[in-house]
Design a protein. Structure first.
Length: 581
């Protein structure tokens, strides 16, 4: 019989942490039955150690099982509160309140205990696994030990950016008193949590991921969070920009698995045919998605994602989807100027696609919105039909969604660019957007002073990262080219320059950094739309600049007109965070 992805989790073995804390951690806040040691759910060994080879597999997969409960939420908390989506009349009351930042009443999207369930499982494994055990000269648990730390770090980061200040503990809670003391103890903010976790993870950065083989034709290593990627995120949020750029760079250029930007794009077929684009864009491909939370495909087997029913028209929801692209999403998608590099009489030329005359406005500007989204009318529904008259579909959230992406190649390149820019390297950051990264690009478009300052942060092995093939065709593209055509040839898409010379080189850099950052955040909207990034991208920049309007303005305008009450609420940063119970 074909087993489910997480069937192994449900096996129990002496000394193994099964699903006990998944059920018991939510009681941290009521505490009445917290971790009853007599419970039939608990099958810990007397000394609470993990010392069997199978323990590591079961425990790690058990942690992934607990992460399934926060997987959908990691997307919706960033999408529903951002400016790229808006709720429909069919949305649940919880989702409507989430989008309105209204948490006066209980909300299913504010279940902090689910995050602490993940954390306590990680804490238990980390603190009880026998890290000295070896077999045939190989440390038996080192890889799983590092994986548990990275899962814990990712989960704490989600807590920090969603709740602002949270209880922080690295020891397992084994009694009701432990739980009560931890929840009532000191809280740490985003920077403090990031700094603590950076120190916790750094010693394990070179530990390889576990090798569990393929599960449903997917390498199970994609279930695990890359250590350098999560370290990049932690440094980015903590404001350690040079370190963040270094971690992202080292992950993207790892000689064992170098990661290149995809050449699969959505584009107009030629400079005279603007009827239907060729869509080779693949944000959900195995090569593009570097890490994901695996979900079940049947409720009988465990946690099934509800995102298809929130985003798409399905038989289950009778076509009444709950979120839909906002007016702001349409506006952001239309803003880029699409261009096509071509040859006329054997000479290179650039054609700029018209801004009007299309059968659908979604074809104006960047094409990634078009590639990801479709809406159509039945045309035959009457007022008595139980089904919605319109059907909506997002290709990023198929109706058989079995994975929630945590890290994608293009988004990692964009965070790398964000870190480079804030590290004082705006030319290099812009090169990520316009050209893609390789030695030929940095030599041509980054001046000698910035190249010297950047050093290895922008080194890409020329034997691996080649700009042209033997025929002179491009092999490396900037992220902007995924939906906006020949970005490298676009004369309107350029590094911002002051109108008149400034007093010093540093003045010019300081002038460019916020403007390049705006371009990066816009690119993150185009590339990462609907995936749960947007609210947090706006938050990160708003906090960095000390400017709440950077978040409040676009979100309050998501439906076109400014919602003054919502803007006023969001100008108070305390309203950005979910309340702890």
């Amino acid at each position: 019989m074909k087993t489910t992805i997480l069937y192994q989790v449900r096996k129990t073995a002496k000394g193994f942490l099964p699903l006990s804390l998944f059920a018991l951690l939510p009681l941290c806040f009521s505490c009445s039955d917290m971790l009853e040691t007599e419970s039939d759910l608990v099958e810990f060994a007397e000394n609470h150690t993990l010392n069997h080879a199978t323990d590591s597999v079961y425990s790690v997969m058990g942690i992934i099982n607990s992460m399934q409960k926060v997987a959908d939420r990691s997307v919706l908390l960033g999408s529903a509160r951002g400016d790229l989506m808006t709720v429909t009349p069919a949305a649940s009351s919880d989702l409507k309140r989430l989008a309105a930042f209204d948490f006066v009443t209980a909300n299913k999207y504010n279940e902090v205990s689910d995050y602490y369930a993940v954390i306590n499982n990680c804490n238990y494994f980390i603190n009880n696994v026998d890290t000295a055990m070896e077999r045939r000269g190989r440390n038996l648990f080192k890889r799983e030990f590092a994986v548990a730390k990275s899962f814990r770090a990712w989960t704490y980061l989600q807590l920090a950016i969603n709740y602002g200040e949270v209880p922080f503990f690295l020891e397992p809670l084994m009694t009701e008193k432990d739980a009560r003391d931890a929840m009532n103890g000191p809280r740490k903010n985003i920077s403090e949590i990031c700094d603590a976790l950076i120190a916790d993870l750094t010693p394990y950065v070179d530990v390889d991921l576990p090798e569990y083989g393929n599960v449903y034709n997917v390498n199970a290593q994609r279930f695990f969070i890359p250590m350098r990627a999560i370290l990049g995120d932690l440094c980015l949020w903590a404001g350690h920009y040079r370190e963040a750029a270094g971690w992202y760079h080292d992950y993207l250029t790892d000689k064992r698995d170098p990661i290149e930007m995809s050449t699969y794009r959505v584009q107009w077929p030629n400079s005279s045919n603007f009827v239907r684009p060729n869509n080779y864009y693949s944000p959900t491909s195995t090569d593009e998605v570097r890490c994901f939370i695996p979900m079940e495909t049947r409720v009988f087997d465990g946690v099934v994602s509800d995102l298809p029913n929130v985003y798409n028209s399905t038989t289950e929801n009778k076509s009444f989807y709950q979120l839909t692209p906002s007016s702001a999403m349409y506006a952001i998608s239309k803003e880029p100027i699409y261009c096509i590099e071509t040859k006329i009489n054997n000479r290179a030329d650039t054609i700029y696609v018209p801004r009007s005359g299309f059968t659908d406005d979604i074809l104006v500007g960047d094409l990634r919105f078009y590639a990801n989204y479709s809406i159509s009318s039945y045309g035959t529904q009457d007022e008595f039909s139980e089904y919605n008259s319109y059907t909506q579909y997002f290709s990023k959230f198929s109706n058989s969604l079995s994975r929630i992406p945590l890290y994608r190649t293009s988004m990692l390149y964009l965070r790398y660019a964000e870190a480079l820019n804030r590290a004082g390297l705006p030319q290099s950051a812009f090169a990520v957007l316009k050209y893609g990264m390789c030695e030929d690009v940095t030599k041509a478009y980054v001046d000698t002073l910035e190249r010297a300052d950047a050093g290895n942060l922008i080194y890409f092995d020329p034997d691996v990262y080649k700009r042209f093939d033997t025929n002179g065709d491009l092999l490396i593209y900037g992220v902007h080219a995924l939906g906006s055509g020949s970005a490298h040839a676009n004369k309107y898409y350029v590094l911002p320059q002051p109108e008149t010379a400034l007093g010093s080189r540093q003045d010019t850099i300081d002038y460019q950094i916020p403007l390049v950052e705006d371009l990066i955040i816009q690119e993150m909207a185009l590339e990462g739309a609907f995936e749960g990034n947007r609210f947090f991208d706006l938050m990160r920049v708003a906090l960095r600049r000390g400017d709440p309007a950077y978040l409040a303005d676009p979100i309050s305008r998501r439906d076109g007109e400014v919602d003054e009450a919502l803007r006023a609420k969001l100008m108070d940063t305390s309203n950005w965070y979910l309340p702890l119970p």
